[in-house]
Design a protein around this ligand. Structure first.
Ligand code: FAD
Length: 351
């Protein structure tokens, strides 16, 4: 079991359930935890909730969510956020759970890569296919320049002030940053492997307007070679159908999208070689008592990677999690339609 020291001296956040992942299943789990009477904390490695729904297909319609004949993936996430609002579950976004260790009293301690630590009676892993990480530039010289001249996200816009910036990619992030950095950078060049984009039409139109007005450049091609004689990027070669173009470059912002990687979960002693967590289907508990898995990461015979399966799995897992949080209490099931406290909470957020 990997154990990472915490970077901050803040006390551990104590909770009944730690939910790893704010995809659709993690979000529904936060609501269900509230209904059952469990406090929870949610952590996700990316900056926004929604998991695959938001990262991979936000504008596609979904037709198989019970009682919602059709909604986009983004709309589903908005509805799930609205549904868990009565419990106001704390969400820690942009932080990946790195380590998980068993404590002597039977509880679990988990730490994020940003130094937050949680002390939880139970852990629900709703981590999908793993944490989303940026697709990297596959050039041998790239790793040495990462963080200084090559970036996969924008931590501070001032880094690009007065500089020659090349942005590689053709999705929403690439277009949005190309337009946002126009007033900041000395020169912005957008490089994409084809003339078409997978981004909002309005952004594409604004980009073409800026190019036509001579405010930025757009080059069709792929990043071929990086020139960094002093350990700092000076120019890049863009491979084109015929020949290549050299572009003066101080910073290269690579926005090729995100890929999922299991990452640290592989070290927690619960995942199989395929990167899934085998569970017992009575409560979707893993081989380690108190650690549960729901959604795409859970593995059992006939598993269907569907959002509705994840909702069911999370709901049952939390019922067993209750017994870890409150070993001396017997939970009495009340249908939500008869749950006066729940009705009050929901009414409170709508008044
Ligand atoms: C194109 C496409 C269309 C689809 N259409 C449908 C459909 O119509 N109907 C349907 O039911 N399903 C559909 N699916 C499948 C559905 O999206 C998944 O089943 C669902 O997203 C699984 O939800 P999840 O919450 O388990 O995982 P995810 O949505 O993958 O979310 C997991 C989250 O966990 C986070 N995470 C992982 N590891 C860590 C860590 N260590 N620390 C912190 N955070 C972490 C990730 O960053 C991610 O945000 C579709 C999938 C795709 C790709």
């Amino acid at each position: 079991m990997v154990s990472t020291p915490t970077l901050s001296s803040a006390p551990d956040i104590r909770t009944d359930v730690l939910i790893v992942g704010a995809g659709p299943v993690g979000l529904f789990a936060a609501f269900e935890a509230g209904v059952i009477g469990l406090s929870c904390q949610i952590v996700d490695g990316i900056e926004r909730p929604g998991g695959q729904c938001i990262e991979l297909y936000p504008d596609k319609p979904i037709y198989d969510i019970p009682a919602i004949p059709s909604c986009t993936a983004r709309d589903l996430v908005d509805r799930l956020m609205e549904q868990c609002r009565p419990f106001d579950p704390p969400m820690h976004l942009g932080q990946r759970i790195e380590s998980l260790e068993a404590l002597e009293d039977g509880r679990w301690r988990a730490c994020t890569d940003q130094g937050l630590a949680f002390n939880a009676a139970a852990v629900l892993v709703a981590a999908g296919n793993g944490a989303f990480v940026p697709q990297r530039l596959m050039l041998d010289e790239a790793p040495a320049l990462e963080g200084r001249s090559i970036h996969y996200s924008v931590a501070d816009v001032n880094t690009f002030a007065g500089k020659n910036v090349v942005i590689a990619g053709g999705g929403d992030s690439a277009l949005d940053w190309a337009l946002s950095l126009l007033p900041v950078a000395q020169r912005v060049t957008l490089v994409h492997r084809r003339p078409g984009f997978s981004a909002a039409d309005s952004s594409v139109a604004r980009m073409h307007e800026a190019v036509a007005a001579g405010k930025m450049d757009f080059v069709v091609g792929t990043i071929g070679q990086l020139h960094a004689p002093q350990g700092r990027l000076e120019s890049i070669d863009v491979r084109q159908i015929e020949g290549s173009a050299r572009i003066d470059t101080d910073h290269l912002l690579v926005l090729f999208g995100l890929v999922a990687a299991l990452g640290p979960i592989a070290d927690w002693g619960i995942a199989n070689p395929a990167g899934k967590i085998p569970v017992d289907t009575s409560y979707y508990e893993s081989s380690r008592p108190g650690i549960f898995a729901a959604g795409d990461i859970a593995a059992y015979p006939n598993k269907q990677k569907l959002i509705l399966s994840g909702f069911h799995e999370a709901s049952l897992a939390l019922r067993k999690a209750y017994t870890y949080a409150f070993p001396d209490k017997k939970r009495v099931h009340v249908h939500s339609s008869y749950d006066a406290k729940l009705a009050e909470r929901i009414a409170a957020v709508h008044t």
